[in-house]
Design a protein around this ligand. Structure first.
Ligand SMILES: Cc1cc2nc3c(=O)[nH]c(=O)nc-3n(C[C@H](O)[C@H](O)[C@H](O)COP(=O)(O)OP(=O)(O)OC[C@H]3O[C@@H](n4cnc5c(N)ncnc54)[C@H](O)[C@@H]3O)c2cc1C
Length: 414
């Protein structure tokens, strides 16, 4: 391992997990963020360690659904129509990346990442004392139609090929696993190794506390520039004096593109919006995340109540929130678990940092030898945070990444 200070830009779940991995590898680490840790997208996710996620969202069958998405404001995946001109370049890249050869690059990379994800979380849970915040109760996807179940066949066969353990269950068995499920559920897929957190925000704050307790520094500052010398960044610029660094890791979520631009390469990220609604945990008799797959969201029992989280809305940044999509989650809940969940206690909107090929950028930056990347984790940033941190720490130690990680090369957008 080298010496000198590593600056990690961004204190979301990816930045804090990376900071912890580097700290354990013996580096002096400073985390820079204009916000308190975990206040952006990492705050309100569904809490699921989604190791079943081996197929990128960008694929031919999703591409074929785009015209319908443009018309359907209430579907699980929708496009904000007025944003269309802004979105077009991103959508063109999305279409390009939906070719089978590109999808394969994604499945190969996810194979590596998901194989590492659970183990990486388990060791972080131990190292940072996070046991209270996690549960290993499995996860259940449920289907209301045989067609909906059949549509997931390709993903399931890929999961099996990558070693994911699953059990296909009848509607009745699904109702035993998650009491209260509606009779409309005809099938389910149970993932016995599924794990979830009961408080995603506190996972980040607990990582931050442990990081500082073990000598790490967190500074409330936005990064706005860099000093460079040849192929190296020598200092990070914030509103304060330049901060000399030996290495930099970019983990700034959906704002990472603004930082990569300063370093001469592209990260065409969109903010893929999702919502959560917290309900009082009235009549909740299940302990695992349940996803009504055809409706594209999760129902997760959490410390503070029942969280309904998900749906996808693509659009330009800085537009107003579409709260009707949060309302929709509550309506879905009553269809799937009638009579379960009480009054709403809070609601939230989050912006998943999504690259058009739905593969994160993990690895060395193209132009500067001491800049590393960990962003673009879209729907699986919680899942992949600790695996990302471990891979970046290994890379800094001089190890090469597995060949399949080439699909996540940060320089692939030029
Ligand atoms: C509704 C919803 C449900 C989800 N469910 C799940 C799930 O169940 N499982 C899962 O794995 N994932 C889930 N996700 C996705 C997951 O939440 C994200 O992928 C993850 O939080 C991204 O983490 P991050 O650290 O990259 O970004 P963020 O949490 O957004 O953190 C980035 C940080 O960088 C900081 N920053 C930005 N610019 C600068 C700068 N110039 N200088 C310094 N700091 C800067 C920001 O202030 C921010 O704190 C869900 C997302 C949503 C929206």
């Amino acid at each position: 391992m080298g010496s000198g200070t590593v600056a990690v830009i961004g204190a979301g779940v990816v930045g804090m997990a990376t900071a912890r991995a580097l700290q354990r590898a013996g580096r002096e680490v400073i985390v820079l963020d204009g916000e308190d840790p975990g206040r952006k997208t990492s705050f309100g996710n569904a809490g699921f360690i989604a190791i079943d996620h081996v197929l990128p969202l960008c694929r031919p069958e999703v591409l074929r659904r785009v015209p319908r998405m443009l018309m359907d404001r209430d579907g699980p995946l929708t496009v904000h129509l007025p944003s269309l001109p802004w979105l077009l370049p991103w959508m063109a890249r999305f279409a390009f990346a939906a070719r089978n050869s590109e999808v394969k690059k994604g499945t190969d990379a996810f194979g590596v990442l998901m194989a590492e994800a659970n183990a990486a979380w388990k060791s972080e849970i131990q190292a940072s004392g996070l046991g209270e915040l996690f549960r290993s109760r499995g996860a259940l996807y449920v289907y209301e139609t045989d067609d909906g179940f059949a549509a997931g066949a390709r993903e399931r066969s890929l999961q099996l090929a990558k070693g994911t353990v699953m059990e296909i269950v009848s509607g009745d068995r699904a109702r035993e696993i998650a009491p209260g499920l509606s009779p409309r559920i005809v099938k389910g897929v149970f993932y016995p190794h599924g794990m979830h957190t009961v408080d995603p925000w506190h996972v980040v704050t607990a990582l931050a506390e442990r990081f500082t307790a073990e000598g790490g520094r967190i500074e409330k500052a936005m990064v706005c520039g860099f000093d460079t010398q040849g192929e190296r960044v020598t200092a990070v610029r914030t509103a304060g004096p330049p901060m000399p660094v030996s290495d930099v890791v970019i983990c700034a979520g959906r704002a990472s593109g603004e930082i990569t631009r300063l370093l001469g390469f592209r990260a065409p990220l969109v903010a893929e919006r999702g919502y959560h609604v917290m309900l009082e945990p009235t009549n909740v008799r299940f302990e695992l995340p349940v996803s009504p797959a055809e409706r594209g969201f999760f129902i997760t029992p959490m410390r503070e109540g029942l969280r309904l989280a998900g749906t996808v809305e693509l659009g330009a940044p800085d537009r107003p929130a579409s709260w009707h999509r949060a309302e929709l989650l509550k309506k879905h809940m009553q269809d799937i678990f009638p009579g379960v969940g009480g009054a709403e206690t809070s609601r939230w909107m989050g912006e998943r940092p999504s690259l058009p090929d739905f593969r994160p950028a993990i690895g060395r930056a193209p132009r500067h030898r001491n800049v590393y990347c960990g962003y673009g984790h879209q729907h699986v940033g919680l899942t992949l945070a600790t695996a990302t941190g471990r891979l970046i720490a290994r890379l800094m130690e001089g190890e090469a990444l597995p060949a399949a990680m080439a699909g996540c090369d940060p320089g692939r957008f030029g």
